[in-house]
Design a protein around this ligand. Structure first.
Ligand SMILES: Nc1ncnc2c1ncn2[C@@H]1O[C@H](COP(=O)(O)OP(=O)(O)OP(=O)(O)O)[C@@H](O)[C@H]1O
Length: 302
């Protein structure tokens, strides 16, 4: 799936502003951004529900609007609100959606997988919010899509249901399915996604794996405790340029910079050479949430 220089403006205000995005096969890409950043508009253009003002969108090589009839059976879309049948029972709804597909997954198996086996005969409008959410996910994947769009798939789910959904998304990837998810949950993005894209005001502000993002411009820190007043010049010389150990308080040592595995090896080898036992060795890394807030600001979006 590929978006090239895609723009969409509502009432003169850009919702999506020159976005370039690519999701490879069996890849999970998470789109993150504050409220109003343009995530849903992006997903809706990929699904063929919204026409871009300019740029190109290709999903499985097809134009989602001009070639929607060919594309629809090959993609999965998680719709919120249950569609047009609020009185239909959960099992009936899923079987109906499955009947549109040439080679669907077994609906009963899928209901079991998503913990909905006791809700098979419950009318849609009587399902809890979390059950409706899981049924929407089941409807999105029952037709064995090659690519699935999940807009906040775990919003409002309890911890158990969230884990179930995460496991299912992981299983989809293992089966070669590509997944584009939007989420507000940093741990969800970190846990699931091969690539994270943070957007704000319709533009990409950062992208990469979770560990690449947390390293960007990071002021990481390595701390360890050891006997006070150690001679640090040999350690300083052994570390790469830009890393300087200091004794912050007696017996408490700190090295600032991006802390990667070779830095740890250098420190522990030096300790061994000095016959010093470092205790309380700790690496402080920025969390994804810190990176997100740094890039998109802390003020509330309205
Ligand atoms: N149909 C529409 N008509 C007018 N403005 C719209 C429409 N859809 C979206 N917008 C505007 O476009 C911008 C991007 O909205 P979008 O829903 O894509 O953001 P989002 O990142 O999904 O936000 P959220 O996290 O709140 O779901 C917002 O300013 C929104 O008000």
């Amino acid at each position: 799936m590929q978006l090239t220089d895609v723009r969409k403006t509502y009432d003169g205000v850009p919702a999506v502003d020159g976005l370039r995005l690519e999701v490879g096969q069996a890849q999970v890409l998470a789109l993150l951004g504050p409220n109003g950043a343009g995530k849903t508009t992006t997903v809706e253009m990929c699904e063929g529900f919204v026409t871009p003002d300019s740029g190109t969108v290709r999903v499985l090589g097809l134009d989602p609007i001009a070639q929607s009839a060919q594309l629809r059976p090959r993609i999965g879309v998680m719709l919120q609100g249950g569609g047009a049948y609020p009185g239909a029972k959960a099992g009936e709804m899923l079987r109906l959606v499955a009947s549109y597909s040439a080679d669907p997954l077994d609906p009963d198996w899928l209901l079991d997988c998503l913990g909905l086996e006791h809700a098979v005969k419950t009318p849609y409008r009587r399902l809890s919010g979390g059950q409706q959410q899981r049924l929407a996910l089941a409807c999105a994947i029952v037709g064995r899509p090659e690519l699935v769009f999940l807009d906040e798939p775990t919003a409002g789910l309890d911890a158990q249901a969230r884990l179930l959904v995460w496991e299912l998304i992981d299983a989809l990837r293992r089966d070669g399915v590509s997944v584009l998810i939007t989420t507000h949950l940093m741990d969800e993005a970190e846990q699931l996604a091969d690539e994270l894209v943070i957007i704000d005001h319709g533009k990409i502000v950062a992208s990469g794996t979770a560990s690449e993002l947390t390293k960007q411009g990071a002021e990481g820190r390595l701390r360890f405790s050891a006997p006070p007043r150690l001679e640090l010049s040999l350690l300083d010389a052994a570390l790469p340029a830009g890393y300087h150990p200091i004794e912050e308080t007696p017996g408490s040592y700190v090295i600032e910079g991006v802390i990667e595995p070779p830095i740890l090896v250098t420190v522990t080898s030096w300790c061994a050479e000095q016959d010093v036992l470092a205790t309380e060795l700790q690496v402080d890394q920025r969390r994804l949430e810190d990176v997100f807030l740094e890039l998109t600001g802390r003020e509330l979006r309205r």
